[in-house]
Design a protein around this ligand. Sequence first.
Ligand SMILES: N[C@@H](CCC[C@H](N)C(=O)O)C(=O)O
Length: 280
Amino acid sequence: MRLEFTKMHGLGNDFLVLDLITQRARLDAAVIRRLADRNFGIGFDQLLVVEAPQQPEVDFRYRIFNADGSEVSQCGNGARCFARFVRDRRLTRKERLRVETASGIIELQIDGKGWVTVDMGKPRLTPAEVPFDAAETAVEYALEVAGRTLQVAAVSMGNPHAVLRVDSVATAPVAELGPLIESHPRFPARVNAGFMEVVNRREIRLRVFERGTGETLACGTGACAAVVAGIRWGLLDRRVTVHLPGGDLDISWPADDASVRMTGPTARVYDGVLRLGDFS
Ligand SMILES: N[C@@H](CCC[C@H](N)C(=O)O)C(=O)O
């Protein structure tokens, strides 16, 4: 089976994007892992799938799969690329989109230069919503990891994030602690692990070890979660520039009961055609 696809990225967080409105395919976890392989496949952090909506007054359904084949409910950089993709492929002419994800509806606004602003919805902060094993909601929690006690915030942006402060992202033990936090038993759905260096009240640096993928060059939901954690810690203003290894995102959380907004760029790398049989 021939499938047209587009390779895209948001600040180096890269995606294979498939239109499954005009095309048909069944992709299981093993096929996704083969496609994601950077040596034997196409290579990507996440697969993004565009489908017809299942609810009224929504433009599209947006599904996300990590490189390990697991389906997840949110991806911020992916949302921006999704918006650009449906416009470039002429699946819509709208500049404002309402898109259904596994964690609810998000709203996207596209400008003419490939920049997209996403209303990511409200952060979810109770342990049950993250999900995280704790008796009550707190601004941070003590987490035992490899004989150390880390202070982490637990935030859901539709997907789970643990955020910890580090003195410098350049020397942060991301490769060592990332996998241990990702699979920590107190995060029953696993977790994305963000390492945040506060530069000043309006700027942070951030590296994210992503659940199901490993460290990426940028994580949009990770940037939102880190800003929410930093605001709740009293360290950040309501609008922050997040410096990620792949570039910068503008994140704002105007009030505790407001949605988080993310603005950033998108890039199309190439269009291609794959034969699904080669990966089965
Ligand atoms: N890269 C993404 C997040 C993708 C999903 C994540 N790995 C998870 O498992 O929740 C982003 O830009 O938000």
